[in-house]
Design a binder for this molecule. Structure first.
Ligand code: PHE
Length: 362
């Protein structure tokens, strides 16, 4: 059957499912040539039908099979093409080794937050652009108070709507007032952040970092303060042999006020925190200011000082970082020199945890 050979060849060569369908209709459709042959069977003599019938049936089966085979082949080719087109190329070159590191100040702030979170302290914050009421007056430093002069304050030329002088906060202590007013008591917070003073030399920069601590509750006394600072400094320096020396001092916002020194030992000419500062070769280094919150400050925070007491402390984060990680020039903290940063910086994923050691070096 010449027509069969032609049809089979055409099906095998068909390039699209549509072309196969056209060939199917031409052979097996109502008007198709195979259907026409099948119709002739009825008018044949039985003998003729016996000889021609199987050939016609065989042609129909051959065409049907050829169509199924070709359709299957075209469909899997289409699928292959789609998979190839939609392939995600995972062989793209990887980026260069990641650059950048966590600044020691950020690292130390994270360490402090971790240590104090473990003691049940929440993190509070306040604005860097403050008014003089929050920065001074509410902290028991009225306008004529001599302590105001000690702060070398950066003032803005304009006042706020309430007529208050605006300034860059000189310490994190105004967050004490803001938090008492916003949250009431009892309270246990730390407030890390930037502070500003018009001061610049090897140990002072016009912007630096402090962390404030405030606990307000009933029956709080100096013993709570001492225990908290000792626990914090031991955890921070990761040493059990931290020795504190509390010296009576003066801050307008605390009464009594205590300055806290830690003992250090000289190791190869460097001060290493730990040990009794009075031991030979040792000394004392001031690390923080603290005290029992002054009654006037508690009242300015909207609380009754006969009901609530508390302690507060403040310390320089930059200084803590220098002491812990052995840096000796504060100005390098703010130079943005990437050699210094990659030497002293911390890996971004090196998040401080108490279990892992709060200050693991990269
Ligand atoms: N605000 C003080 C300073 O900047 C530190 C301090 C905070 C002292 C809280 C006592 C209590 O020097």
């Amino acid at each position: 059957m010449e027509q069969l050979d032609q049809t089979l060849a055409a099906i095998a060569a068909a390039e699209t499912p549509d072309a196969v369908e056209t060939l199917r209709v031409a052979a097996l459709g109502k008007q198709g040539w195979v259907s026409a042959l099948l119709k002739t069977l009825g008018s044949m003599s039985p003998e003729e039908r016996q000889t021609r019938g199987p050939a016609i049936q065989a042609a129909r089966e051959a065409v049907t099979a050829a169509i199924a085979t070709r359709k299957g082949a075209l469909e899997s080719a289409a699928l292959e093409a789609r998979l190839a087109a939609e392939r995600i190329d995972l062989s793209l070159p990887a980026p260069d080794a990641p650059r950048g590191s966590v600044h020691p100040v950020s690292q130390v702030m994270d360490e402090l937050a971790e240590i104090f979170a473990d003691l049940g302290f929440a993190v509070a914050s306040g604005p860097e652009i403050e008014d003089d009421w929050h920065n001074f007056t509410a902290l028991n430093m009225p306008e004529t108070h001599p302590a105001r002069a000690m702060h070398d304050t950066f003032y803005f030329p304009d006042h706020d709507d309430a007529g208050r002088s605006m300034l860059l906060r000189t310490h994190t202590s105004p967050v004490q007032i803001r938090t008492m007013l916003a949250q009431g008591a009892p309270l246990r917070i730390i407030a890390p952040g930037r502070v500003y003073r018009s001061d610049s030399d090897a140990t002072h920069t016009p912007m630096f970092h402090q962390i404030e601590g405030l606990v307000i509750d009933k029956g709080i006394h100096l013993g709570h303060l001492k225990w908290t600072l000792e626990t914090f400094l031991k955890a921070f320096f990761e040493r059990e042999d931290i020795v504190l020396r509390l010296r009576p001092s003066y801050f307008p916002f605390t009464e009594p006020s205590v300055e806290v020194d830690v003992g250090f030992t000289l190791v190869a000419g460097k001060r290493v925190v730990g040990g009794d500062g009075d031991a030979p070769g040792g000394g004392w280094m001031e690390v923080l200011g603290s005290g029992m919150v002054n009654r006037h400050v508690i009242a300015a925070g909207g609380l009754d000082p006969d009901e609530w007491q508390g302690f507060a402390f403040g310390t320089g984060v930059d200084r803590l970082a220098m002491l812990k990680y052995g840096m000796d020039d504060l100005r390098a903290f703010f130079d943005g020199d990437h050699r210094w940063l990659s030497h002293y910086g911390f890996a971004a994923l090196d998040v401080p945890t108490l279990s892992g050691g709060v200050g693991v070096r990269p």
